[in-house]
Design a protein around this ligand. Sequence first.
Ligand SMILES: [Zn+2]
Length: 118
Amino acid sequence: MDQSADASGIDLAWLAGALSAKRAEIEAELDLMSRLTTDMNGGTHGRPGDGTSVTVERLTQVAAYDRVGLLLSDVIRAQVKITDGTVGYCDRCGEVIQPARLRTLPWATRCVTCPAAH
Ligand SMILES: [Zn+2]
């Protein structure tokens, strides 16, 4: 059981699989969102500014889009960390990221004590 006593203590094959699955999921979601946004743009010929509720709705969508986009950048960053060998180490302080944290949050690029990047 102690043969995998690398710093991360985590199964990299599993982690890579979890990350690519999550990335595919996020990319599908972004794709869907961008299509919905495009529909809203081109679907009607109403004058811009006609409906504030539409504007609010759009802003909410953009915020959701941004949030998902940030998650995607985390996932991509985590994939890079597997490649460059820094997986399991905090991007900010260099401390070991707890394996339990990576198991629940495979795209975590920082340890629990460091604030999120965003
Ligand atoms: Zn840290």
